[in-house]
Design a protein around this ligand. Structure first.
Ligand code: ACO
Length: 337
């Protein structure tokens, strides 16, 4: 009998309607389209309107993924995981609200915070839950609303980050089925936690007598320092995942990496020895959407008909923490809602 595995059964995505071009940002920031395209590959991003929070995007993407999986009745889903760096609030978590608004009943619901690696960490959590038999189907959503966390005067972050949500339904199946998550590799290095983060609101910050500073609410990032770590860690983690599953680099049909920077994806492809044609890029349209980045890229590539049933996919991500992770899976040929 084949070993149990999480199998991809549904996929959905949502980006807020407002598109923000590089030229629009250049009107109030000391930047320009040429710099942004050459240094990042980003041409536009989507930003939520005032009043729109991460749960709102998560519900939209979750609804589409449930429809894609044909799972809409309460009881069909045993757990909801929302991977996010930008939850609606510190407490309570965002996922119970998302589950309730999706009509999923009294389902288990948890938020997962692992920066831009959140979706891969959530995939691992969902896979373990399914393989242990604690649920038959898990809804995993990566969702972010970065706009309110971006310092409007910081060109180093404002041009990079975008809002959106991507979601998958995973069901309990077997390792030989198309869509099976075959392995996950995860890692972290907390000694580099100062490189990217949002300092305000945590217990460390609140435990000091330091008066709040307006900048504490904003995301800061030392992009130059992070860059080489991102390339190295994603390459190492990808190699570990490939080794776990017994694939050579040439066996991989598509690399779906965290969409932070086109130059990072190109350097990763070079280090792994993967042909650039096999690297999925979506950041030109949405920027860095952190935990939503990989499911958004999956949904975009699937909508364009890029994946064939049984294709071999390598997912890899890197983010605040620092954290990183990779997963290997085959493609099931899901129908997008
Ligand atoms: N427009 C114009 N010039 C700019 C901009 C801008 N938007 N941003 C920076 N510059 C300038 C700098 O001031 C600097 O000028 P100087 O040479 O006169 O000092 C010059 O451009 C080069 O700046 P760098 O910071 O060295 O630019 P770099 O090429 O490193 O690109 C970037 C910056 C895009 C942020 C890149 O470092 C990057 O993508 N890093 C990785 C980020 C990442 O992977 N994050 C993942 C985690 S995020 C999370 O988990 C939430």
């Amino acid at each position: 009998m084949s070993a149990p595995a999480a199998v991809l059964a549904g996929l959905g995505s949502y980006v807020p309607p407002r598109t923000v071009t590089n030229d629009e940002l250049s009107q109030h920031l000391d930047t320009n389209d040429e710099w942004i395209v050459q240094r990042t590959g980003i041409r536009q991003r989507h930003w939520s309107d005032p009043g729109v929070a991460t749960s709102d995007l998560a519900v939209e993407a979750g609804h589409r993924a449930l429809k894609s999986a044909g799972a809409q009745a309460p009881g069909d889903i045993g757990m909801v995981i929302v991977a996010t760096t930008t939850p609606d609030q510190q407490c309570p978590t965002t996922s119970p609200d998302v589950a309730a608004r999706l009509g999923l009943g009294n389902v288990a619901a948890l938020d997962l915070a692992a920066g831009c690696s959140g979706f891969i960490y959530a995939l691992a959590t969902a896979s373990a839950t399914l393989m242990a038999g604690y649920a038959e189907r898990v809804l995993v959503i990566g969702a972010e609303t970065f706009r309110p966390f971006l310092n409007p005067t910081d060109r180093g972050t404002s041009v990079i980050f975008g809002d959106g949500a991507g979601a998958v339904v995973l069901r309990r199946g077997t390792i030989d089925e198309p869509g099976a998550v075959l392995t996950v590799d995860l890692g972290s290095d907390g000694s580099l936690r100062e490189l990217v983060g949002i300092p305000g609101n945590g217990s460390r910050h609140r435990s000091t007598d330091r008066p709040p500073h307006p900048d504490d609410q904003y995301l800061y990032m030392n992009g130059k320092e992070i860059f080489p770590h991102a390339v190295r860690r994603m390459a190492q983690s990808s190699s570990a995942a490939l080794e776990n599953v017994g694939w050579n680099v040439d066996d991989v049909d598509h690399v779906v990496g965290h969409q932070a920077n086109l130059r990072i994806l190109q350097a990763l492809a070079q280090l792994l020895g993967v042909d650039k044609q096999r690297v999925v890029t979506h950041l030109d349209q949405v920027g860095n959407t952190s935990a939503a980045s990989i499911p958004l890229a999956l949904a975009d590539a699937a909508a364009k008909g890029r994946f064939q049933r049984h294709d071999r996919l390598l997912l890899t991500a890197f983010g605040a923490g620092l954290t990183w992770g990779s997963a290997a899976l085959t493609w099931p040929g899901v129908t997008l809602a």
